[in-house]
Every structure is written in C-alpha cells, then in structure tokens.
Design a protein. Structure first.
Length: 115
C-alpha cells in the first residue's frame, strides 16, 4: 500500500504496483499537483507533477505521476503570459471602442447643434 499526499494535505491510500497506483474507483484528483509526496515501496516527492492515467480495468483505476520537465514548465509559463497579454489587449481594444463610440456620439451631437 502507498499513501499519496497532496500539497493541501489531502491523502489517498492506494495499492502500489511498481510506479503505478491502484484504487477501486476513479478518484477526483486535485488540480494542484505542485507537490505530491508518495510513501510506499519507496518514498519520494514530486514537484509540478502530472497525472498519468494508465488504465481502468474491472472497475479499478490504475494511475501514476510524473514530474513536468523544465521545458514543459517554461512552455506553460509562456502560454500563460501570451494569454494574459491577449486579455489585456482585448480589454484595451474594448475600452478604445467605447471611447471611439463616445467621441462619435459627441461629434454627431455637435453636428446636430450646429444645424
């Protein structure tokens, strides 16, 4: 048996078969896999783990974890930065559109007053 402890203290107890872990049903894993401590046949701590679904056999759920590579982490950070930049540009563009609409309305109002 192995005890898997997540960063927030949540624990799972699972049967261990090499680097795979087995539960009687599919658990709801946490999104935060930044720290996963495994104590069983061996003890180790993973940082920035990724859940690997091995197989579901006869209602039993086999799974394993691996650690993200530095390259994977760098790519994720780059994608997050690009997404944040896109959001900021969209917000700025939306604000710009609102200003343009307000200026056009004011110019139309001035034209009507001058007629």
């Amino acid at each position: 048996m192995a005890t898997i402890t997540f960063r927030d203290g949540t624990q799972l107890t699972a049967e261990q078969n090499g680097t795979c872990f087995i539960l009687d049903g599919k658990p709801d894993f946490l999104e935060d896999l930044s720290v996963v401590r495994i104590e069983g046949e061996y003890t180790f701590v993973l940082h920035n783990a990724v859940l690997i679904e091995c197989a579901s056999v006869d209602g039993r759920y086999w799974f394993s974890f691996i650690e993200k590579t530095a390259e994977e982490i760098e790519k994720e950070l780059l994608h997050e930065s690009v997404a944040a930049l896109e959001d900021a540009l969209c917000e700025q563009d939306a604000a710009g559109e609102a200003w343009r609409a307000a200026i056009e309305d004011a110019l139309c109002e001035l034209d009507r007053e001058q007629e």
